[in-house]
Structures are given as C-alpha cells and as structure tokens.
Design a protein. Structure first.
Lengths: 111, 884
C-alpha cells in the first residue's frame, strides 16, 4: 500500500504533466486507463495524495469551470513539481534497471 | 525542504483552524457525479450508476479522515486535547496541584540558583581571547591565597629563556593608590601593575583611547601611563571621553591616562576586578617608593602565559622547572629552585580547588533536594493514580489505549512540572540578580541570567516530570479495568504498591536526613570559625588605614608623624589602647621570609630553618589587638636604629627554632640582620581560619620603618562615634593622606565568608529538605489514613484502644522515619569527603550533629504525622459505616 501510495503520487505528477491542468476525476480516469486496476476501486484515495502533493508545493490547484460547466478543482504541475518528477523518474529508471538486471541474471552468469 | 514546506502548510492550516473539508466534499460530489454520468453512458439505470460510482470511489469516511490527517496536525490535536484535559483535572484538585508546584519550585529553583553560580564561576570563560590555552604559573606545593609566586627579575628570566610559551606576562594585583584628578578629591583605588605585553597577550581591545604595549617600556619609570577600567571611568571620571590624555596623580606621581579598557574585561581574576592598570616598570611611582623590579628575593608577581600551539602543559612545566633549577644555581641566595605547575587562572590561584569543590558539593546537595522532591511527588502521583483508578479503568473500558492513558498521566506530570519549573526559574532569576548585585567581601560575582539558565530550568522540569510521572503512569496503565471497576479504590496489587511507596518515602527521608545533617555540620563549622582562636580580639576594635609613603614621607619623619598620631589617638576619650602595624593579620602582608640560625654564613634557602610572616608594630599594638604576650616585654620606642635589633616571636616560631628551651634572649638572622628575641606572643591565624600554625615575627616600627600604617584602636564607644573621632584627629594631623576606617570584625568578614557561605548554602538546603520531609511524611500518613478509614472504623468498633489505633494509623510512616533517619545518618558519615569540601574539618559523626539530626527528624516526623493521627483518633465508626 505504501509503495502504491508512492507510485500513485508519481502517477499523478506524470498525469498532470502530460495532460495539463486536470480535475480529480480526470486524473483518476487517466490513471485507471493506464494502470488498469490500481484505481479501479477506492478512487477516493487519490484526494489525500493530491492534498499532500499540493502542500509540498509539487502541484497547485484552483477552482475552474469543468467541461460541462460545473465548478471543479483543477490541479496543475508547478516548477518544483516538475523537478520532483524528473528526479523521481530518474530514480525509478535506475531502480528498474537494477532490478531488471537482477532478474535477467542466470546462475551460470555469476560463475 | 519539501517536508518543511508541508509542515508549514499543515501548521498554518492547524492554526487557522481549517479542519473543515468543504473542498473535499465538493470534489467528491463532482467526482461521483462524473463517474455516474460515465456509467449512465454505458447503459446503467440512474440509481445503478450512482451506486456503482460510490462503490468505486471507496469509503468516504475513511478518505475524509485520511484527508483531514494529511491536512492538519493530528498529533498536536490530541496533545492539546490531553493538555486541556490535564489542566481541567489539575484544577479540580487545587491543593494537590499547588503542593506539587511549590515542591517543584523549591527543588528546581535551588538547582537553578546553584547552576547560575556554577555557570558564572566555573563554566563561563574569562573575557579574553582564546582562554583555553591561558595558564597561570604556580609553585608546586598547594598554597592558599598566595598569588604572588615569582620575583620580577626571575619572571624576566623565565620570559627570556622559555621555549614553550608564545607569551608570558607578569601581574601584581595588589596595587593600590590615592588617585586625584584636576586637584580633585583623593580616592583610594585598587588596580594592578602588569608587564607591558599584558593586554596584547590577553587580546584585550581598548574601549576608549589606547592600551599600553611592550614597546612602551624602556626600563624603570619609563611608562607613566594608566589605563582605567570602565567602572572607574564611569564612577570617578563621569564617563568623560576627554579624560584620555589627561594627567592624574597616583600617590604623588603624575600618570597619563591613555585609555579605558573595554567594559567586559575585568582582568584575569573572576572575583577581583581591578580599577586600573599601570605598567609594572612604573610600579615604584604607583606604589610609593617600594621597588621590586630589582629585588630577586621578593615574590612580587603572578605569572600568566599562553602555551605555543601543540605544547602540552606538562612539557611547559618541565621547561619551567629546568629554567628554575638553572636560576637557583646562578642565584643561590635568592632563587630556591622550587618546582612549578600550571593552573587555570581566575579563581585566586589555588583557591580554585576549594571553590570548585564547594560548588560541586553544593550542586550535588541541590540535586539531592530535587531527588527528594521527586520521590515525594512520585508517591503523591502514585497515590492519586490509585485514587483515580476507577476513572482510568473507565477510560480503558471505553476503548482508550493504555499508551494513551500513560500519555495522559505524563501530560499531567509535565504540566505541573513546567508550572513548578517556571515558578522555580523565576524565583531563581530573582535571587541570582540579587546575588550579582551583592558585593561579597570576596569580590564581584557577575551572573548573567541568560538562555543557559532557562534551558537548565526547562531540562530539570522535564527531567523531574519523567522521574515522578513515569512510574505512577505505568502502574496505572497496568491495572486491570475489570478489577478496578468492581472493587473500587481498594484495588488488588495494593500491597505491592504500598511497598513501593514505602521505599520512596524511605529514600526521601534518607536524603532529607543527609541534608539536615549537612546543614548542622555547616552550622557547627560556622560556630567553630567564630570561636576559633585567632590570636587577636577583633571585637570593639576600629582599624584606620593610612599610607604615609603616598605623601612622600619616609624614614625618621614618618616615624615622628606616627608617634604624634598615636599620642593624639590615645587622647581621644574612650580609647583604651592603640597601636600600629604595617598590616593586620588575615589581610595579606609579607610571608615566607627565611629565618637563619646565628652563625649561618651562606644565607641560601637551603640553610634556612623556617620561613615566617613578619609584622612591623608600634609599642601598644599587641595590647590593642588583643594578642597575648606570653613572656618577655613589648617593643618600645627606645628600641631604635642605634640599639640592638629586637623581635617578638610567636609560639610556633619559638618551638621550631629552639624547642623547649626558653626563647627570650635567643638570637636569629632575619633579612641578613641579627635579631634578639625580647618576647613571645601567642599563636594566631595569619591568612585564613583553615591554616595550620604558622611562624610569625613582630618587629618594632622604630627599627624597621614601613610607610603603610594601620591604627588599631580599641574602644568601647560606638564604632560610628569612634570612627568620626578618628577621622577628625588623624585628618587634622595629615589632611592629605587617604584614610580608610573599618571596624575589625567588618574587615575580617572576608575571612569568615567561606564559613558564612557554607552555612547559608547548606542551611537553605537543609531547610528545603526539612520541608520536603514534613510534606512527605504528612502526605503518606494522611493518604494512608484516608484510604483506611473504613478499616480503622471497624477497628474502633471492635474495641481497639487508642494506642492500637495509632499504631495502625501512623505506625508505618514512623517506622520508616526511624529506618530512613538511621540510613541517612550513615550516608552522611559516608559522605564526609563531600561535606569537607564545603566545611572546614567537617565531622558528621560528631555527637551534636548526629543528635541534632535525629532530634530534628523526630520532631519533623511527629509534627507531620500529628494531624493525620488526630484525624484517625477522631474516627466515629457509626458515622463512617453509614457513609459507605
């Protein structure tokens, strides 16, 4: 769950990075589309994550009319958020590469 | 950076009270509505689409809670809740709260005061640059009160030959002079003479003008400069900036004021603050004729120095010893080749050891007071927790976690202890301010009430809260709610808990007995000090100090003046006897003067028989001072330069020189001259009360003229009257000489100071301890009785006699009192080394002390147990039975 929470934050950042300002439902939909079942249930867990990211200054939010003219809270990436995203992305890629190498290794490679 | 940003956001939310989740509600609504719309588009009925949307969203309440937790600071929230609850609970039992706060106030306050003094005296570095590599050179033997160790020529040799010091300066802190400015009034000021490099060595900056340097010195008399202290500049020169460059007269010699030292610099002694600094090369002018610059045999300077980087004190000592050994070969008659050691300057040379020991011991005692207070509070809190067991059990039953319970009880402990600590620190700060304004005879004590002091207060408060809060809290959390609810207050692990409380009370009584015994020891020491055979009778004696040398008088004229003045004083009505001395006992003066047997040809230190103190006295001095002449005659005006040189010696002198054979008529060599003993005087104290018997010799002023004169005037008239008469009489004869008048007991108050300080410090600790003992025993007895009312009632109903009832009611506290007192006395006797740091010749196994401590504790215990005991006796069983 903790891992998921961390990844969820990263996904949120990437989503608003790619899509531009989005409201909560939009972000949830987007993550659901890409990640499959991660947000198929308990979509609400997204909101504490959004709040946390906003308090950390990675994203900013404001009220704006939605596509069908309802008042919605739109979240967008800040410059601090972009830096954070880049750093996290780097980390992920490094970790993923290391893990991938470990899985690729066969017994005879080590001798 | 990010966590900080987040904390700030959360904290500001918390402060603004933004705990509402309007925004979240709106967002959830929109989210669900959009999801439902989406669902409808896939062909669900409106109801179905909403239901699925909500399901997909998840548990709204959980999310809201999560959200709220992210938004604010939940920990702070519950903490505040605990605090509010604790304050409410404490306010409900004001007596308890006040007792706890007062107890802590005394315990913490005492410790903060002691720490303030400790900080000012020991921890605070001297106001010089790099104080850590500054050392003072001392002779190897431990010597009380002797700051001057080396002659000036020897200092110069050390300075030139050493390879381990980056700099070395000489100080003579005994300079005093009558100062006048613009022909203005004479005032007696005290300062120090230093080598020219002094200020540069210490890294001191001028506050005004400039300071003198080594380059200002060009041999004796070449630098008639004076640097003023800021205090003197403010008090006597009205903080006039124009004083720089002006000429002032020290004694009869003109000195140019070149500057004022920076205000925070007070020399290298913590207590003795000089009022001025003059270059040592001009000491003869400042001192009124006495020249020590060329005298190898007079220890005239204190040497301080800075070690070169990387040099250990040990290597420096070896270097100094090698030089001293060399000097003793070159100058066998004057340089003794004594071994040296290095100490930290600041506390009157070796007195530092005494002062450190004193403060350390008082710190230990103060901590003991706090420990006793904590023991007291632990049992109070434990008792309270036991009384509240029903409430606590209810909270556990209602789902409060045990951790939360412990936290709640600890919060209460912390709150009272913070309140007690605040009260203690406030009182201590007040006392410390008074202390630093007070001018003890030992000199200045500058205590700044600063952050360190508040920090210590806070740390002590939190520390004690943990000490007395954690055990009761843990105990309470261990209790079984079911049992507590069904059995009420008489819970089951009572016996064990009672044993624990007994232990606490016993510990408390032990500590209190130690402290009471310690204060009795101090009181005994004080009494002993007051009645120690001083070799003088200072009561009803007035001292009038005058420096004739400052007026340029010396030799025969000065002697004639002195005779004239003695006769004039004798003529004052009510004066029973009068005499003069160059210096009175216990106020400094020459010492360590080598004495040789007649016939000794080589007057080297190795050949001397003893070293003595020397007093130059007029006829009548011994009678006026109250020093008994045991045999022979007093000095007389007929002992002149033309008659044989004579001396009166004291008992120790006579015994060491001639054993049991009569001393009168014997001869010895002093200062190279043959002396004949004409009288033997009783032994006395010459430096402080703690010294062992020392040799002393009295020489007639008619044979050895000294310019310093102290008139010792005995009279039964009121000190004020006689002072006025003396002022008029002596001032009439010598209007230009600064005259300082003091009663002898006042002048000796500095000597009495250690004993007084010890008595006050230990007396206060003892009193605090006594109060704690009373509250402890009272609390224990009262609590025990209130808990056992029912049982005692049954006993009365069954026909228990008063004695039996009393035994049941207060037997246990009284037994504990006996056991605790016995253990405490043992502890006090074991702690003798600690006490002897504070009180000279401390003897806690002294019958008076043991008896006094036992009596005090018994009285305190009886008084404390009396009220509960009376309550027990007044029990009316029928009423009690009906009540429950």
């Amino acid at each position: 769950m903790d891992v998921q929470r961390g990844t969820l934050a990263l996904m949120v950042l990437k989503t608003v990075d790619v899509m531009g300002p989005l409201h909560g439902y939009g972000i949830a939909r987007r993550i659901e589309q890409i990640s499959g079942d991660l947000l198929a249930v308990n979509q609400g867990t997204l909101y504490p994550v959004l709040l946390r990211l906003e308090q950390e200054g990675a994203i900013a939010s404001e009220w704006r009319p939605s596509e069908n003219n309802r008042r919605a809270r739109f979240y967008r990436l800040t410059s601090a958020g972009r830096k954070l995203l880049d750093a996290e992305k780097n980390d992920w890629e490094k970790t993923a590469a290391i893990i991938a190498r470990f899985f690729a290794v066969r017994a005879q490679d080590l001798e | 950076m990010r966590p900080l940003k987040r904390f700030i956001a959360r904290f500001s939310n918390y402060l603004a009270g933004r705990r509402g989740d309007e925004r979240l509600r709106e967002e959830i609504e929109l989210h669900v509505a959009m999801q439902a719309e989406e669902n409808r588009r896939t062909g669900m009925t409106p109801d179905e689409s909403y239901r699925c949307a909500r399901l997909k969203f998840g548990a709204v309440e959980v999310i809201r809670e999560d959200y709220g937790a992210e938004k604010g600071l939940p920990l702070l929230d519950t903490l505040l809740m605990d605090v509010r609850y604790a304050i409410r609970v404490l306010c409900k039992s004001p007596t308890f709260t006040i007792v706890v706060i007062l107890t802590l106030m005394m315990g913490i306050g005492a410790n903060v005061v002691v720490f303030g003094v400790l900080d000012a005296v020991l921890l605070h570095p001297l106001e010089v640059s790099d104080p850590q590599n500054l050392y003072q050179v001392r002779l190897k033997p431990w010597m009380s009160g002797r700051l001057l160790t080396t002659s000036y020529p020897a200092f110069q040799d050390f300075q030139r030959k050493n390879t381990t010091f980056s700099g070395m300066a000489a100080i003579n802190a005994y300079s005093s002079a009558a100062i006048s400015w613009h022909g203005g009034a004479l005032r007696e000021v005290h300062g120090i003479e230093t080598s020219g490099n002094y200020f540069d060595l210490l890294g001191v900056q001028p506050g005004l003008g400039r300071l003198f340097h080594a380059s200002d010195e060009h041999g004796p008399g070449s630098a008639p400069y004076i640097v003023l202290s800021e205090e003197l500049w403010r008090s006597s020169f009205n903080a006039d900036r124009g004083v720089v460059g002006a000429t002032v007269v020290l004694n009869t010699h003109p000195f140019t004021v070149i500057g004022v030292a920076e205000g925070r610099f007070h020399g290298t002694e913590r207590f003795a603050w000089p009022e001025y600094w003059v270059p040592m090369v001009n000491e003869a002018q400042a001192e009124g004729g006495y020249d020590y610059l060329h005298n190898r045999s007079a220890p005239a300077v204190t040497v301080i120095g800075r070690l070169k980087p990387g040099v250990t004190p040990r290597r420096a000592t070896e270097d100094l010893n090698a030089i001293e050994a060399e000097l003793s070969k070159d100058y066998p008659t004057t340089d003794r080749g004594l071994e040296m050691r290095l100490i930290r300057p600041g506390l009157y040379g070796d007195e530092g050891d005494v002062i450190r020991g004193f403060i350390f011991s008082v710190t230990v005692l103060a901590l003991l007071v706090l420990a006793a207070a904590c023991a007291n509070l632990t049992s109070l809190f434990a008792a309270r927790a036991a009384d509240r067991s029903r409430e606590l059990a209810l909270r556990v039953a209602l789902g409060s976690s045990r951790l939360r319970l412990v936290r709640q009880l600890l919060t209460e402990a912390v709150i009272v202890s913070l309140a007690g600590g605040a009260a203690g620190v406030a009182t201590a700060a007040l006392l410390l301010r008074l202390l630093s304004r007070w001018r003890p005879p030992y000199g200045h004590l500058a205590i700044s009430v600063d952050l360190r002091i508040y920090t210590v207060g806070l740390a002590l408060a939190l520390g004690s809260a943990l000490l007395f809060g954690i055990i009761p809290a843990w105990q309470a959390s261990q209790s079984n709610p079911l049992q507590a609810m069904s059995h009420g207050a008489e819970g089951s692990p009572r016996l064990r808990r009672f044993a624990f409380r007994d232990l606490l009370l016993c510990a408390q009584i032990v500590i209190c007995t130690v402290l009471v015994a310690a204060s009795l020891v101090a009181a005994r020491g004080m009494v002993r000090a007051l009645h120690a055979p001083l070799g003088i009778q200072p009561t009803e004696v007035m001292l009038a100090e005058m420096d004739l040398g400052q007026l340029g008088q010396a030799g025969e004229t000065a002697l004639e003046r002195e005779k004239e003045m003695i006769e004039a004083v004798r003529g004052i009505p009510g004066v029973t006897s009068v005499g003069t001395a160059n210096v009175t006992p216990m106020s400094g003066g020459a010492r360590g003067i080598p004495v040789f047997r007649t016939g000794t040809t080589e007057l080297t230190f190795g050949n001397s028989v003893l070293s003595t103190r020397r007093y130059v006295i007029s006829p009548g001095y011994l009678a006026a001072a109250g020093t008994r002449l045991l045999g022979g005659r007093d000095v007389s005006w007929h002992d002149t330069a033309d008659t044989p040189q004579v001396a009166i010696v004291n008992e120790t002198f006579a015994r060491v020189m001639w054993g049991d054979s009569p001393a009168i008529g014997q001869r010895f060599i002093l200062f190279g001259g043959q002396m004949e003993v004409i009288g033997v005087a009783e032994d006395g104290k010459y430096h402080d009360l703690a010294e062992s018997p020392e040799a002393a010799v009295y020489r007639p002023s008619s044979q050895e003229v000294e310019s310093d004169v102290v008139f010792v005037v005995r009279s039964q008239r009121a000190p004020k009257e006689i002072a006025r008469e003396l002022q008029r009489t002596l001032g009439g004869i010598e209007p230009n000489a600064p005259l300082s008048l003091r009663s002898w007991p006042d002048a000796l108050s500095g000597v009495m100071f250690p004993a007084r300080a010890a008595t006050v410090a230990l007396g206060v600790m003892g009193m605090l301890a006594a109060m704690l003992a009373v509250t402890g025993i009272f609390g224990m007895a009262a609590y025990g009785i209130s808990r056992r009312m029912k049982e005692l009632g049954i006993r009365v109903a069954l026909g228990a006699s008063k004695t039996q009832l009393m035994r049941a009611a207060v037997g246990r506290p009284m037994a504990l009192l006996g056991l605790g007192s016995a253990l405490g006395l043992l502890a006090a006797i074991v702690a003798r080394p600690l006490l002897s740091q504070i009180v000279y010749q401390a003897n806690p196994s002294d019958l008076v002390v043991v008896g006094g401590a036992v009596l005090t504790m018994t009285l305190l215990g009886t008084a404390a147990a009396a009220i509960p005991a009376v309550r027990a006796l007044a029990i009316d069983p029928s009423e009690l039975m009906r009540e429950e």
